[in-house]
Design a protein around this ligand. Structure first.
Ligand code: PEP
Ligand code: MN
Length: 338
């Protein structure tokens, strides 16, 4: 349920509604917009009837939430959320952030070289997998802690905050010690134990959409993290499994406005995993901006033909720089910055 306060309600009125709800054992989530204050109520709604909140003149109405998600939903919080990774890097505002870097950290020279290139072209975050969720157990699985140390060294060198995947609850403390933004991969989107544990830290989480997850399931996965107290969640569309095999996945760009209609969380698009082909990355990156994305995740490698994973979808520094220019042009048409 949500309580919509009357337009002229003062903060003391809101406080008295909140106090009343808390006294009855409800958990309360306050959303203060420019024109309206909304109080979200979590708890046994059958106990609400006795409270007669609508009898208070400062309360306009009490309405049920029909959607399955609460904290992640627009009903609870109508305004867009911004998620801060560092004081200079906030997702969900006017600025569109670009996360770039290789699929996997392969070594110090490889990462340093590409980190400097993407920074020079305007990327604002550096990515690189240290724990890799590979389809085959015989494929390169990542450099693990050594990879995290290399990421931290690249951050030191370039100033770019780092994004890397956490695959297992046992590795959360380790990954959180190094990463500025922790990624939950598509394969783990419904690993509910992992999501809940990530809800108990305060670092921001980039939540990729599962390859066969509906938009509602994806937002419910965000709800799992938020329900444990961590509201710093960024959604990432990375393509879904369809009958099409020409592309690695089918990038579902309609998910961007759809997720934004349903949720106040920022939405990022990953056209690299979304298409699996480097030549499709730039057009889909532009399309993502046109669809309203708050950020992009783009795989880049100085020598894609030598990459240990996902070389076929990685941009060279030259292609990345050109893609950035095209995205900047489009961002300004859309009234955004990049
Ligand atoms: C990745 O970003 O490195 C990755 C493995 O992506 P996804 O989980 O979307 O497949
Ligand atoms: Mn990859």
């Amino acid at each position: 349920m949500i309580v919509v306060m009357a337009p002229n309600a003062k903060s003391e009125h809101t406080d008295s509604v909140i106090n009343r709800l808390k006294k009855e054992g409800f958990e309360v989530h306050l959303s203060q917009g420019v024109s309206r204050t909304i109080i979200g109520i979590i708890g046994d709604k059958t106990r609400l009837t006795g409270l007669a909140l609508e009898a208070m003149s400062s309360v306009e109405k009490v309405v049920p939430i029909l959607r399955p998600f609460k904290l992640a939903g627009r009903d609870f919080k109508p305004e867009d959320s911004t998620v801060e990774v560092t004081p200079d890097v906030k997702f969900g505002g006017k600025k569109i952030h670009v996360i770039a870097g290789p699929c996997a950290v392969e070594g110090e020279n490889q990462l340093m070289e590409i980190a400097k290139e993407v920074k020079a072209s305007g990327a604002t975050l550096l990515r690189g997998g240290a724990f890799k969720p590979r389809t085959s157990p015989y494929s390169f699985q990542g450099m693990e802690e050594e990879g995290l140390k290399i990421l931290a060294a690249a951050r030191q060198e370039t100033g770019l905050p780092i994004v890397t995947e956490v695959m297992d609850v046992r590795n959360i403390p380790l990954v959180a010690r190094y990463a500025d933004l922790l990624q939950v991969g598509a394969r783990n989107m419904q690993n509910f134990f992992l999501l809940k544990e990530l809800g108990r830290i305060q670092k921001p989480i980039l939540l990729k959409r599962g390859a066969s997850a509906t938009i509602e399931e994806w937002i419910l996965a965000a709800e799992y993290i938020m329900s444990e107290g961590n509201h710093n969640v960024i959604l990432c569309e990375r393509g879904i499994r369809t009958f099409e095999t020409y592309t690695r996945n089918t990038l579902d760009l309609s998910a961007v406005p759809a997720a934004k209609n349903l949720s106040h969380l920022p939405v990022v698009v990953d056209p690299s995993h979304g298409t699996g082909k480097w030549s499709l990355v730039a057009p889909m990156a532009r399309a993502a901006i046109a669809a309203g994305a708050d950020g992009l995740m783009i795989e880049t490698h100085c020598r894609p033909e030598e990459a240990l994973s996902d070389g076929q979808q990685s941009l060279t520094p030259e292609n990345f720089s050109e893609t950035m220019k095209q995205m900047q042009d489009l961002a300004s048409v859309m009234g955004r910055e990049l």
